[in-house]
Design a protein around this ligand. Structure first.
Ligand SMILES: NC(=O)c1ccc[n+]([C@@H]2O[C@H](COP(=O)([O-])OP(=O)(O)OC[C@H]3O[C@@H](n4cnc5c(N)ncnc54)[C@H](OP(=O)(O)O)[C@@H]3O)[C@@H](O)[C@H]2O)c1
Length: 212
């Protein structure tokens, strides 16, 4: 697939490299291409452009920017360039305040997740929440003694969720579909839970698994 990854942070770089290594065409989109010059050197088959360039290029968009900047980044990508496309949303609504006893604060509420806000603002894009509940080091080809970890996803469009599930299969995950966009109210806070051992004990080699 032609994948446009919006962002220049660790998540954007890890996912973009993962897509390249799994045989996809990738363009990263950023406000500041200089931040990605090292990534470009290491990944000569990958491309770097503006947020708009990457969204235009994409059949599949991946949103990997700071949660507080998600709306701005999508606006810069351009509504028309997102229309009808699956958008894998890796973002978390982390507020700009320090964690308290290891617990992050969110700027969203339990009655409205960040992904619902994005879906409402961009009704023609097909958002799927994914990759938000694990550290970037284990997003692609994760290895755990306990077997394949579970990625919880949700979104309103079944076709987009099928695309996300195929990508997650390729990347070595099992997928648990939690339903429509409202389920992001439960999936986004998994980030808070995942981060507690990081802040309290500097442990970050874990992931979630749904046992049935
Ligand atoms: N770090 C992890 O392991 C992890 C794991 C799961 C989920 N997440 C989530 O994934 C997302 C990315 O995380 P990260 O740690 O890679 O990076 P980050 O530090 O949360 O965000 C950096 C990115 O945000 C963009 N950005 C900041 N302000 C912006 C604005 N006003 N307009 C447009 N873009 C703006 C930057 O864009 P420019 O390139 O244009 O400067 C940069 O690409 C976050 O929502 C985070 O919560 C992170």
């Amino acid at each position: 697939m032609k994948v446009g990854v919006l962002g220049s942070g660790d998540v954007a770089k890890v996912l973009a490299t993962g897509f390249l290594n799994h045989g996809h065409d990738v363009m990263m989109g950023t406000r500041s291409a200089a931040k990605l010059s090292e990534w470009e050197t290491k990944n000569p088959s990958g491309r770097v452009g503006s947020l708009e360039d990457a969204a235009k290029f994409a059949d599949l968009v991946v949103l990997a920017v700071k949660g507080t900047a998600a709306l701005d980044a999508l606006r810069a990508a351009g509504e028309a360039n997102l229309k009808g496309k699956p958008v894998i949303d890796s973002t978390n609504p982390i507020a700009d305040v320090p964690p308290r006893n290891g617990v992050l604060s969110f700027f969203s509420s339990l009655d409205e997740s960040l992904m619902e806000i994005l879906q409402r603002e961009f009704p023609d894009a097909r958002f799927v929440k994914a990759f938000n509940s694990v550290g970037n080091a284990r997003m692609v080809n994760p290895q755990f003694n306990g077997g394949k970890p579970t990625m919880f996803i949700c979104g309103n469009d079944d076709g987009a969720k099928k695309t996300a599930t195929e990508i997650l299969d390729q990347f070595g995950w099992e997928t648990a579909d939690m339903g429509k966009a409202e389920a992001a109210r439960a999936i986004e806070p998994l980030c808070m839970l995942w981060c507690i051992p990081v802040f309290l004990r500097n442990e970050y080699t874990h992931a979630f698994k749904l046992l049935t």
